[in-house]
Design a protein around this ligand. Structure first.
Ligand SMILES: C[S@@+](CC[C@H](N)C(=O)[O-])C[C@H]1O[C@@H](n2cnc3c(N)ncnc32)[C@H](O)[C@@H]1O
Length: 280
């Protein structure tokens, strides 16, 4: 069988299982099996594929047909133009998060700062920040050992390991030092809305990365209280939230002496992150 025939078999199966990006996904999965870039596969569609590769490809297609995200199958996701390893213990980094990073890098360019990343997951936020702010240092915390293992690997692969510490701890633990910047993309979905998420997310991404409690604000509030305690005067808190939480979160920020300084919109022009300064 050749590559074209396999891509067609795969995409037909994905289409039958209502996977929207059925052709692209089939192409990506075949590229993964052949250990080649997608473009390389597409310019050589009549290459014969060995039997063991065909079986491997069909297994991947079955996994995708049951809504497992491509990133988990191929164990990687591009973020900030870097390839991050991911697993089903980490949230898959989202492109919206890059918009918050862009803003932060503009603010802190050429400065040396101490950063705390609360709920670091794959480490994508902190690692990307430190890859740009070369003389800065950071700590990433998470309660998931599985996520922290992946974050450490990513930091090593991206040559920022010396400037990073990853710690298994909850955000309500004690911190012995102060920070210039606290960043967090905390779980912020209301518990009762989890069942309405797309199958890719609902069935495969870690619940502790998504579940924000009854009103979705449990973790967000804790991040704000903790940031107030551990930020230096005029330090900043960068928080990714859901657009519908903007008013409530802004009020909680104000009550806790934060002044919202930058509002970052996502690609659909909805507010996605708030960057605020702690007035002490
Ligand atoms: C939405 S994910 C964000 C992951 C990553 N920062 C990103 O943007 O892709 C939230 C992360 O918070 C972690 N988390 C949940 N509860 C926590 C807690 N109490 N303390 C620290 N981390 C927590 C989860 O394990 C998960 O990795």
């Amino acid at each position: 069988m050749n590559a074209l025939e396999l891509i067609n078999i795969g995409s037909n199966k994905l289409k039958m299982n209502s996977i929207k990006s059925f052709i692209l996904d089939s192409e990506i999965l075949l590229s993964k099996v052949l250990n080649k870039k997608r473009e390389e596969v597409l310019v050589d569609l009549y290459q014969k594929i060995e039997n063991n590769k065909i079986l491997e490809f069909l297994e991947y297609i079955d996994r995708r047909a049951s809504n497992e995200p491509i990133a988990y199958i191929i164990k990687q996701k591009e973020f900030w133009s870097k390839i991050f390893e991911v697993s089903n213990k980490t949230l898959i980094p989202r492109p919206e998060t890059e918009l918050m990073l862009e803003k932060l890098i503009r603010i802190y360019k050429k400065k040396t700062i101490r950063i705390l990343d609360i709920g670091t997951g794959s480490g994508c936020i902190l690692i990307s920040l430190l890859s740009e702010l070369k003389s800065s240092k950071g700590i990433g915390i998470d309660i998931s050992s599985g996520a922290l293992q992946i974050a450490k690997k990513n930091a090593k692969n991206m040559n920022v390991y010396e400037n990073i510490k990853f710690q298994k701890k909850s955000l309500d633990s004690f911190f012995s030092q102060k920070f210039d910047l606290v960043v967090s993309n905390p779980p912020y979905i209301k518990s009762r809305d989890l069942k309405n998420l797309e199958d890719d997310i609902k069935l495969h991404e870690p619940k502790i990365a998504l579940d924000g409690g009854n009103d979705g604000l449990d973790l967000i509030k804790k991040v704000i209280y903790k940031a107030k305690e551990i930020l230096k005067a005029n330090g900043r808190l960068a928080l990714e939230i859901n657009n519908e939480q903007v008013l409530q979160v802004s009020k909680i920020l104000e009550k806790n002496n934060f002044r919202v300084e930058h509002i970052v919109n996502d690609y659909k022009d909805k507010i996605r992150s708030l960057i605020s300064v702690l007035i002490k």
